[in-house]
Design a protein around this ligand. Structure first.
Ligand SMILES: O=C(CO)[C@@H](O)[C@H](O)COP(=O)(O)O
Ligand SMILES: [Fe+2]
Length: 220
């Protein structure tokens, strides 16, 4: 199934002193979703933002909030992020004891559920989850920071997961996150990704460049 590729800028690369304006700017520049990286300094070696900030950003756009949780234990915070306005909540299986229960919990909140595979995690992990998720995220860097280099081996994983999605017959988005730029975006799309997360490549050049950056990531 070929679908338009969606662009989900990671606001980790935005100006944190002007986050509301930055979210409005990427909305006006034509982004599809807004990717919000939540980090706790424990699951990953960086600390970013929590539900209060997600709630404060909610009035700035109607575009879906794609919330990538890099926190452990994750289950305690699902309700707070759903109430704050998340449309999609994506979780790492390593961040809690029962990933299937976590995914069920997210969906019970009326929010779409995503599962993330770290670079070292094999696609096979999805065998007993694929029927219960709305999105699969392939990390093409190790989680924790923006501005890292794309790990090429993840293209094979994207190809394998694309086949699994097609076999499942389900409507599942395949997202890639980390080191996406004008070289790696077409590679990820060719491998089967249909949602690109891009922080550095969206926000470089400041607000006047966002529309061109997003257009270029889509392939012009
Ligand atoms: O989840 C993460 C990092 O853990 C990402 O969403 C990054 O924030 C993407 O940044 P770039 O690699 O596009 O700069
Ligand atoms: Fe992310």
């Amino acid at each position: 199934m070929t679908r338009p590729v969606l662009i989900s800028p990671s606001i980790l690369s935005a100006d944190f002193a002007r986050l509301g304006e930055e979210v409005r700017a990427i909305d006006e520049a034509g982004c599809d979703w807004v990717h919000i990286d939540v980090m706790d300094g424990h699951f990953v070696p960086n600390i970013t933002i929590g539900p209060a900030v997600v709630k404060a950003l909610r009035p700035h756009t109607k575009k879906p909030f794609d919330v990538h949780l890099m926190i452990s234990p994750v289950d305690l915070y699902l309700d707070a992020f759903a109430s704050a306005g998340a449309d999609i909540i994506t979780v790492h299986p390593e961040a809690g004891p029962h990933i299937h229960r976590t995914v069920q919990h997210i969906r019970s909140l009326g929010v779409k559920a995503g599962v993330v595979l770290n670079p070292g995690t094999p696609a096979k992990m999805l065998d007993y989850l694929i029927d219960d998720v709305d999105l699969i995220l392939v990390m093409s860097v190790n989680p924790g920071f923006g501005g890292q280099s794309f790990i090429p081996s993840q293209l094979r994983k994207i190809e394998a997961i694309r086949k699994m999605i097609e076999k499942s017959g389900r409507d599942i988005r395949l997202q890639v996150d980390g080191g996406i730029d004008l070289i790696t975006a077409p590679q990820a799309i060719a491998a089967g990704a249909d949602v690109l997360v891009a922080g550095t490549a969206t926000f470089r050049g400041g607000p006047s460049a966002y529309a061109d950056n997003i257009r270029a990531l889509r392939g012009g």
